[in-house]
Design a protein around this ligand. Sequence first.
Ligand code: SF4
Length: 253
Amino acid sequence: METKIKEKTKVMELDHYNFLIDTTNSCQLDCIYCYKGHEKNTQKMDVKKVWNTVNSFLKSNSQLRSFKFHFMGGEPLIAWSQMRKLNSLAKDYSEKNNLSFGWGATSNLILLDEEKKEVFIKEKASIHCSIDGPKKIHNQNRPYANGRGSFLDVEKNIPLALAITPNDTARVTVTPKSANNLLEISEFLLDKGFKKVGLFPVFDMEWTNSEMKIWSNEIAKSMAKFGPDKITTFVRNRGEREIFSYCGAGKSL
Ligand code: SF4
């Protein structure tokens, strides 16, 4: 029995690790589909504890050549100073052990500014944006906790995000209500400069069969209009119903 447990908990020896790290449960927004619910706590990651866990994985793998952190949340940039400390520990470790280290984040962009942009660029890090489309649709889905729409605060920071990651795919969470607007959403985001649009239906909302049909027709129309290389999505089957993905800003991909 003891041997079996040890076998099960043994770390797989790979030459690269990706660590998906939730930096905080906190978020400025109250998206209608948020998997963290509407009462979020403000807890942030304990850098020492996270580093100890990461460090034990790194040390246990002699094959390792590179590793990467991808920060998520809540909204990861709320815990910017914790991210910086963790990255600094990882950078020191990688230099001492001849490993390659990189990092990135999925963000709602609200806290992105020139200073952070410079850090991302200097450290060759990437950013992945969560945005649900033009003003009306985005504000319906992604209001602040006080109900005010977040669109203008997100839109003004798109150029900063695209300066960091020019080939980013805009991450759109599609609800049953926005499913018939996929052409409009895609056109808007491609015009804004995103290289691709990821249209990901939220699965913890009720979808009627007719809404699912509208969604798949709109996906087909968007792919036909903009090219299949510009539109990405994710659907898998479970029994008779399709199940859909969470918002990437709040949930591991
Ligand atoms: S879905 Fe993501 S961006 Fe929206 S409230 Fe939740 S954690 Fe924040």
